[in-house]
Design a protein around this ligand. Structure first.
Ligand SMILES: Cc1ncc(COP(=O)(O)O)c(C=O)c1O
Length: 392
């Protein structure tokens, strides 16, 4: 039996090797603290759980167990539109400019099927969420890497994209607030990106699942606030991080109607939508708890940020508090030859703590590592104590 050539295009999963090492350590009886993955530890708000249970048990809704794609809950796209209006002053037509997705990953993985033909190019930031590249490759396209560098505040340098590449490009991926670098983008940058996309007839796919995880009143802009953005942009967002709902699988694709329709057609043929009860809970989240992300940022993540950055700065780093996301992106300290893998290995061996080596996100990210704050306070505290000892 021969698997498809397509599978050979997929590089080893970022966390697979790390996962193997963690399992080996745990098998030796070592208490490994993994700060590797960004999956909120706090539970989903009770009111949303109650709403989902209500909807599941609602005998007045004969469709409650049925395909959520065919019989959509109108309240969800309406709540998305209401949220964009209130949060960003962006008006969306719930029928043509909003699509319910199975988390944002679903939209990200499937949009290339609607816009990339074999030989077409997607402009992909590096470091970046691996699905931008893999989705492109699966659709038969090629990724052109836009390196993100500290010197440019982790923004791509659009003027460095060669003219022939811009001509072949169909999609440009952006992601702010950014995973893994925690960088943010200004509306001014989004305006530049939109202008670039209009000039070269490119669809901007802006991935924004950390837009609500922000500190000290910072509000991340939506790309749809940029002038003329709806002509060339689609934005992906998600309830995963804002409402501690990663496992529920609900998100949104919003913006350019042609892009929304294209993605919708692909999805009609590969999935059957989101469970209705989850759509009801999602609608309630966006309608009734729009500030929940900002609240957990202040109450849950900010104290953790202070703990981690406080420790790292005490032992030699010079990090600033990020404006957004629950990630800390930091340079590998001296003594490891700039190798993020060697540093991560050292922390696993000496401290039993897992951090994500930047190299796993591609060459442009070498020399850095990422730490996620989605772990209980006492475990983070302990991880910091162990790291401090291991680096003495
Ligand atoms: C940058 C980025 N985009 C998209 C996702 C996917 O999130 P979800 O599918 O849960 O919305 C993640 C998850 O970690 C992410 O970090």
């Amino acid at each position: 039996m021969q698997t498809a050539k397509r599978l050979e295009l997929i590089p080893p999963y970022l966390f697979a090797e790390l996962g193997r090492k963690i399992r080996a350590k745990r098998a030796e009886g070592i208490d490994v603290i993994s700060l590797g993955i960004g999956d909120p530890d706090a539970p989903t708000p009770d009111v949303l759980i109650d709403e989902a249970v209500r909807a599941l048990r609602d005998t007045n809704d004969p469709d409650r167990h049925r395909y959520g794609g065919d019989i959509q809950v109108a309240e969800y796209p309406q709540a998305v539109a209401g949220y964009y209006q209130k949060r960003y002053g962006v008006t969306l037509d719930p029928a043509t400019e909003v699509l319910t997705t199975i988390g944002s990953k679903d939209g990200i993985a499937h949009i290339p099927w609607a816009f990339i033909d074999p030989g077409d190019v997607a402009l992909v930031p590096q470091p970046g969420y691996p699905v931008y590249n893999i989705g492109t490759l699966m659709a038969g396209g090629e990724s052109y890497i836009m390196p993100l560098r500290a010197a440019n505040n982790w923004l791509p340098d659009l003027s460095a994209i060669p003219a022939d590449i811009a001509k072949r490009a169909k999609i440009m991926w952006l992601n702010y607030p950014n995973n893994p670098t925690a960088a943010t983008a200004t509306l001014e940058f989004f305006n530049e990106a939109v202008e670039f996309a209009r000039k070269h007839d490119i669809l901007i796919c802006h991935d924004a699942p950390y837009s609500e995880i922000a500190y000290d009143g910072y509000q991340a802009p939506s790309i749809l606030q940029a002038d003329g953005a709806k002509d060339v942009a689609i934005e992906f967002n998600s309830l995963s991080k804002h409402f501690n709902m990663t496992g529920w699988r609900i998100g949104m694709a919003v913006g350019n109607a042609k892009a929304v329709a294209g993605l919708s057609l692909v999805k009609d043929n590969v999935d059957s939508g989101v469970l209705r009860a989850v759509q009801f809970a999602g609608a309630m989240a966006l309608r009734d708890l729009p500030d929940y992300g900002a609240e957990i940022s202040e109450k849950v993540y900010k104290p953790r940020l202070q703990t981690v950055i406080g420790t790292l700065n005490r032992i030699g780093w010079n990090l600033e508090m990020p404006k957004a996301t629950f990630y800390i992106w930091a340079p590998v300290p001296d003594g490891f030859g700039g190798s993020s893998a060697a540093f991560a290995e050292h922390l696993l061996e000496k401290a039993g703590v897992v951090v994500t080596p930047g190299r796993g996100y591609g060459e442009a990210a070498e020399g850095y590592f990422r730490l996620s704050l989605t772990y209980p306070d006492h475990r983070l505290q302990e991880a910091m104590e162990r790291i401090e000892k291991a680096l003495k």
